[in-house]
Design a protein around this ligand. Structure first.
Ligand code: ADP
Ligand code: MG
Length: 238
Protein backbone atom coordinates (compact mmCIF):
# COMPACT_ATOMS: atom_id res chain seq x y z
CA UNK A 1 0.00 0.00 0.00
CA UNK A 2 1.27 3.43 -0.97
CA UNK A 3 -0.49 6.67 -0.28
CA UNK A 4 0.01 10.36 -0.96
CA UNK A 5 -2.14 12.65 1.18
CA UNK A 6 -2.65 16.15 -0.13
CA UNK A 7 0.94 16.48 -1.35
CA UNK A 8 2.40 19.55 -2.97
CA UNK A 9 5.83 19.95 -4.50
CA UNK A 10 7.21 23.37 -5.29
CA UNK A 11 10.52 23.94 -7.06
CA UNK A 12 12.20 27.32 -6.92
CA UNK A 13 13.20 28.32 -10.44
CA UNK A 14 15.04 31.62 -10.55
CA UNK A 15 12.75 34.24 -9.04
CA UNK A 16 9.59 32.19 -9.40
CA UNK A 17 8.25 28.91 -8.01
CA UNK A 18 7.16 25.98 -10.15
CA UNK A 19 4.21 24.24 -8.53
CA UNK A 20 4.78 20.72 -9.86
CA UNK A 21 2.13 19.18 -7.59
CA UNK A 22 -0.72 21.18 -6.13
CA UNK A 23 -2.55 18.96 -3.65
CA UNK A 24 -2.57 15.35 -4.83
CA UNK A 25 -4.15 12.51 -2.85
CA UNK A 26 -3.79 8.99 -4.17
CA UNK A 27 -3.96 5.57 -2.53
CA UNK A 28 -2.56 2.50 -4.24
CA UNK A 29 -3.47 -0.86 -2.74
CA UNK A 30 -1.13 -3.82 -2.63
CA UNK A 31 -1.63 -5.82 -5.80
CA UNK A 32 -2.88 -2.92 -7.89
CA UNK A 33 -1.42 -1.82 -11.22
CA UNK A 34 -1.95 1.93 -11.44
CA UNK A 35 -1.12 4.01 -14.49
CA UNK A 36 -0.44 7.70 -13.92
CA UNK A 37 -1.05 9.47 -17.17
CA UNK A 38 -0.71 13.07 -18.23
CA UNK A 39 1.06 15.40 -20.64
CA UNK A 40 4.71 16.33 -20.32
CA UNK A 41 5.32 18.61 -17.33
CA UNK A 42 2.08 17.65 -15.54
CA UNK A 43 3.92 16.34 -12.46
CA UNK A 44 3.95 12.58 -13.12
CA UNK A 45 7.62 11.95 -12.39
CA UNK A 46 7.47 14.22 -9.36
CA UNK A 47 4.58 12.18 -7.95
CA UNK A 48 6.39 8.90 -8.64
CA UNK A 49 9.53 10.19 -6.93
CA UNK A 50 7.51 11.09 -3.84
CA UNK A 51 5.79 7.67 -3.72
CA UNK A 52 9.17 5.96 -4.09
CA UNK A 53 10.87 8.01 -1.36
CA UNK A 54 13.28 9.48 -3.92
CA UNK A 55 12.16 12.97 -2.93
CA UNK A 56 10.13 14.68 -0.20
CA UNK A 57 6.97 16.77 -0.64
CA UNK A 58 6.83 20.49 0.10
CA UNK A 59 3.67 19.78 2.13
CA UNK A 60 1.43 16.78 2.70
CA UNK A 61 2.34 13.23 3.65
CA UNK A 62 3.41 10.04 1.92
CA UNK A 63 2.94 6.55 3.35
CA UNK A 64 4.48 3.23 2.38
CA UNK A 65 2.69 0.21 3.88
CA UNK A 66 0.98 2.64 6.29
CA UNK A 67 4.30 4.03 7.55
CA UNK A 68 4.72 7.79 7.16
CA UNK A 69 7.92 8.49 5.21
CA UNK A 70 8.49 11.80 7.01
CA UNK A 71 8.99 9.85 10.25
CA UNK A 72 11.74 7.68 8.77
CA UNK A 73 15.43 8.49 9.09
CA UNK A 74 17.62 8.86 6.00
CA UNK A 75 18.97 5.39 6.72
CA UNK A 76 15.49 3.89 6.83
CA UNK A 77 14.51 5.66 3.62
CA UNK A 78 17.63 4.40 1.87
CA UNK A 79 16.85 0.87 3.04
CA UNK A 80 13.26 1.21 1.84
CA UNK A 81 14.41 2.25 -1.64
CA UNK A 82 17.10 -0.41 -1.78
CA UNK A 83 15.22 -3.41 -0.39
CA UNK A 84 11.51 -2.91 -0.97
CA UNK A 85 10.96 -0.81 -4.09
CA UNK A 86 12.03 -1.64 -7.65
CA UNK A 87 12.53 1.28 -10.05
CA UNK A 88 12.38 1.21 -13.84
CA UNK A 89 13.31 4.31 -15.86
CA UNK A 90 12.89 5.47 -19.44
CA UNK A 91 16.58 5.22 -20.29
CA UNK A 92 17.11 1.89 -18.50
CA UNK A 93 20.02 3.18 -16.34
CA UNK A 94 22.13 0.06 -16.83
CA UNK A 95 25.83 0.23 -16.07
CA UNK A 96 27.65 -0.13 -19.43
CA UNK A 97 30.67 -1.90 -17.96
CA UNK A 98 28.62 -4.70 -16.40
CA UNK A 99 27.15 -7.72 -18.16
CA UNK A 100 23.36 -8.14 -18.09
CA UNK A 101 23.47 -10.62 -15.22
CA UNK A 102 25.78 -8.35 -13.21
CA UNK A 103 23.46 -5.40 -13.76
CA UNK A 104 20.58 -7.51 -12.43
CA UNK A 105 22.65 -8.65 -9.43
CA UNK A 106 23.74 -5.11 -8.60
CA UNK A 107 21.01 -4.28 -6.03
CA UNK A 108 21.95 -7.44 -4.11
CA UNK A 109 25.70 -6.69 -4.33
CA UNK A 110 25.05 -3.16 -3.05
CA UNK A 111 23.23 -4.52 -0.02
CA UNK A 112 26.29 -6.61 0.84
CA UNK A 113 25.39 -10.01 -0.59
CA UNK A 114 28.38 -11.89 -2.02
CA UNK A 115 28.84 -12.15 -5.77
CA UNK A 116 28.42 -15.93 -5.72
CA UNK A 117 25.12 -15.64 -3.86
CA UNK A 118 23.82 -12.69 -5.89
CA UNK A 119 24.33 -14.22 -9.33
CA UNK A 120 21.92 -17.14 -8.85
CA UNK A 121 18.79 -15.02 -8.28
CA UNK A 122 20.01 -12.65 -11.02
CA UNK A 123 20.01 -15.52 -13.54
CA UNK A 124 16.55 -16.53 -12.30
CA UNK A 125 15.18 -13.04 -12.90
CA UNK A 126 16.74 -12.94 -16.36
CA UNK A 127 14.97 -16.19 -17.09
CA UNK A 128 11.69 -14.68 -15.92
CA UNK A 129 12.05 -11.87 -18.47
CA UNK A 130 13.11 -14.42 -21.08
CA UNK A 131 16.67 -13.15 -21.48
CA UNK A 132 18.80 -15.95 -20.11
CA UNK A 133 20.57 -16.17 -23.48
CA UNK A 134 21.69 -12.52 -23.05
CA UNK A 135 23.07 -12.93 -19.51
CA UNK A 136 26.72 -12.50 -20.51
CA UNK A 137 26.11 -9.62 -22.92
CA UNK A 138 26.86 -5.98 -22.22
CA UNK A 139 24.16 -3.31 -22.56
CA UNK A 140 25.59 -1.97 -25.85
CA UNK A 141 25.12 -5.44 -27.35
CA UNK A 142 21.39 -5.43 -26.63
CA UNK A 143 18.31 -3.79 -28.18
CA UNK A 144 16.35 -1.15 -26.26
CA UNK A 145 13.64 -3.67 -25.47
CA UNK A 146 16.18 -6.13 -24.13
CA UNK A 147 17.84 -3.45 -22.01
CA UNK A 148 14.50 -2.50 -20.50
CA UNK A 149 13.76 -6.15 -19.71
CA UNK A 150 17.16 -6.36 -17.98
CA UNK A 151 16.21 -3.25 -16.02
CA UNK A 152 12.93 -4.91 -15.02
CA UNK A 153 14.81 -8.03 -13.91
CA UNK A 154 17.08 -5.78 -11.82
CA UNK A 155 14.01 -4.15 -10.25
CA UNK A 156 12.58 -7.60 -9.41
CA UNK A 157 15.70 -9.22 -7.98
CA UNK A 158 15.00 -7.78 -4.51
CA UNK A 159 11.41 -9.12 -4.60
CA UNK A 160 10.01 -5.63 -4.17
CA UNK A 161 6.62 -4.76 -2.68
CA UNK A 162 6.25 -2.04 -5.29
CA UNK A 163 7.60 -1.58 -8.80
CA UNK A 164 7.65 2.07 -9.92
CA UNK A 165 8.15 2.73 -13.63
CA UNK A 166 8.72 6.14 -15.18
CA UNK A 167 7.88 6.11 -18.92
CA UNK A 168 9.21 2.55 -19.27
CA UNK A 169 8.27 2.43 -22.96
CA UNK A 170 9.17 6.05 -23.71
CA UNK A 171 12.29 5.07 -25.63
CA UNK A 172 11.04 1.88 -27.33
CA UNK A 173 9.40 1.09 -30.66
CA UNK A 174 5.90 -0.34 -30.58
CA UNK A 175 6.87 -4.03 -30.75
CA UNK A 176 9.33 -3.69 -27.85
CA UNK A 177 6.86 -1.53 -25.92
CA UNK A 178 4.23 -4.21 -26.21
CA UNK A 179 6.62 -6.83 -24.87
CA UNK A 180 7.63 -4.65 -21.91
CA UNK A 181 3.99 -3.77 -21.11
CA UNK A 182 2.95 -7.43 -21.19
CA UNK A 183 5.78 -8.19 -18.80
CA UNK A 184 4.76 -5.38 -16.42
CA UNK A 185 1.19 -6.66 -16.54
CA UNK A 186 2.39 -9.95 -15.00
CA UNK A 187 4.05 -8.30 -11.99
CA UNK A 188 1.23 -7.26 -9.63
CA UNK A 189 0.49 -9.85 -6.97
CA UNK A 190 -2.85 -9.59 -5.13
CA UNK A 191 -2.35 -8.35 -1.59
CA UNK A 192 1.41 -8.12 -2.17
CA UNK A 193 3.13 -6.34 -5.01
CA UNK A 194 1.80 -3.21 -6.68
CA UNK A 195 2.95 -1.60 -9.89
CA UNK A 196 2.85 2.12 -10.67
CA UNK A 197 3.56 3.22 -14.22
CA UNK A 198 3.95 6.82 -15.27
CA UNK A 199 3.26 7.40 -18.96
CA UNK A 200 2.00 9.97 -21.44
CA UNK A 201 0.84 7.18 -23.77
CA UNK A 202 -2.82 6.17 -23.60
CA UNK A 203 -2.19 2.71 -25.08
CA UNK A 204 0.44 1.97 -22.44
CA UNK A 205 -1.75 3.35 -19.64
CA UNK A 206 -4.49 0.87 -20.54
CA UNK A 207 -2.32 -2.03 -19.34
CA UNK A 208 -3.04 -0.85 -15.79
CA UNK A 209 -6.07 -1.70 -13.65
CA UNK A 210 -6.76 1.99 -13.23
CA UNK A 211 -5.67 5.16 -14.99
CA UNK A 212 -5.15 8.26 -12.88
CA UNK A 213 -5.14 11.33 -15.10
CA UNK A 214 -2.94 14.15 -13.91
CA UNK A 215 -2.87 17.69 -15.29
CA UNK A 216 -1.08 20.79 -14.03
CA UNK A 217 -0.09 19.03 -10.81
CA UNK A 218 -3.59 17.91 -9.93
CA UNK A 219 -5.55 14.69 -10.38
CA UNK A 220 -8.04 15.41 -13.10
CA UNK A 221 -9.99 12.15 -13.11
CA UNK A 222 -9.52 8.44 -12.72
CA UNK A 223 -10.96 5.49 -14.55
CA UNK A 224 -10.94 1.77 -13.83
CA UNK A 225 -9.83 -0.15 -16.88
CA UNK A 226 -10.30 -3.52 -15.24
CA UNK A 227 -12.80 -4.44 -12.56
CA UNK A 228 -11.70 -3.11 -9.21
CA UNK A 229 -10.29 -6.07 -7.26
CA UNK A 230 -11.98 -6.79 -3.95
CA UNK A 231 -9.01 -6.35 -1.65
CA UNK A 232 -11.10 -6.88 1.50
CA UNK A 233 -11.98 -10.41 0.41
CA UNK A 234 -8.39 -11.14 -0.67
CA UNK A 235 -7.04 -9.92 2.66
CA UNK A 236 -9.57 -11.93 4.68
CA UNK A 237 -8.62 -15.17 2.94
CA UNK A 238 -4.84 -15.04 3.16
N1 ADP B 1 14.25 19.42 -10.03
C1 ADP B 1 13.41 20.33 -10.56
N2 ADP B 1 13.67 21.65 -10.48
C2 ADP B 1 12.85 22.57 -11.01
N3 ADP B 1 11.71 22.27 -11.64
C3 ADP B 1 11.39 20.97 -11.77
C4 ADP B 1 12.22 19.93 -11.24
N4 ADP B 1 11.64 18.74 -11.52
C5 ADP B 1 10.51 19.02 -12.18
N5 ADP B 1 10.35 20.35 -12.33
C6 ADP B 1 9.21 21.02 -12.99
O1 ADP B 1 8.02 20.52 -12.38
C7 ADP B 1 7.01 20.31 -13.37
C8 ADP B 1 6.58 18.85 -13.35
O2 ADP B 1 7.68 18.05 -13.76
P1 ADP B 1 7.63 16.47 -13.89
O3 ADP B 1 7.10 15.89 -12.63
O4 ADP B 1 8.94 16.02 -14.34
O5 ADP B 1 6.52 16.27 -15.04
P2 ADP B 1 6.24 15.02 -16.00
O6 ADP B 1 6.97 13.84 -15.47
O7 ADP B 1 4.76 14.86 -15.99
O8 ADP B 1 6.73 15.42 -17.36
C9 ADP B 1 7.61 20.77 -14.69
O9 ADP B 1 7.22 22.10 -14.91
C10 ADP B 1 9.10 20.67 -14.46
O10 ADP B 1 9.80 21.59 -15.25
MG1 MG C 1 8.44 12.70 -16.34
Amino acid sequence: MMEAKDVTKHYPQGSRIVKALQGVSLRIEAGEFTSIMGPSGSGKSTLMHLLGALDTPTSGEVFFQDRPLHKMSDRELAALRRNRIGFVFQFFNLLPTLKAVENVALPLLLSGISRAKALKPAYEELERVNLLDRAEHFPDEMSGGEMQRVAIARALVIHPEAVLCDEPTGNLDSANSEEVLKLLRKLPEPGKRSVVMVTHDDHAARFGDRIVHIRDGRIDSEEWVREKPNYAITAAHV
